[in-house]
Write a protein that binds this ligand. Sequence first.
Ligand SMILES: [Zn+2]
Length: 154
Amino acid sequence: MKAEMETSIKSELFRELDMDIAKKMFLMQTHRLQSFSTNWPFKNTESCNIQSMAEAGFYFCGNDKENDTAACFVCGKILDGWESTDIPMEEHRKHAPQCLFVKMGKLEKEFSIEDFMRIFQAIVEDKISKKITKHKTKIRIDCKNYRDKFFKNN
Ligand SMILES: [Zn+2]
């Protein structure tokens, strides 16, 4: 596929995608970049800058007190205690080698449509899987409580 055609399909795809959902998922590098508050502790001239953080898949999830906490938009790995000389992608690889984004080893601008869809699918599957686990746990607790109540009364 010609790069030109690929770019045009990609922009079509982004138009179709609900941008609110994409934003909430920090799907796009630009959304991740916007998430970093102005008090991120490192300057743009340092290697641990917000551009490199967003490129490496991280979005800001800290607060005023903890202003160096970031999470990966794919694997959800949360990292803090960053140092100015850290290279975000290397830290991501070190702490979450299983992450699909890390395994792909590409920048967003190098993503094909298929890469993008694989990432999207991985995020959605992970979210669904976490929800199922949460419901299973709730059902298990509810059943135990009913059992305990039943046997106490009989
Ligand atoms: Zn990750």
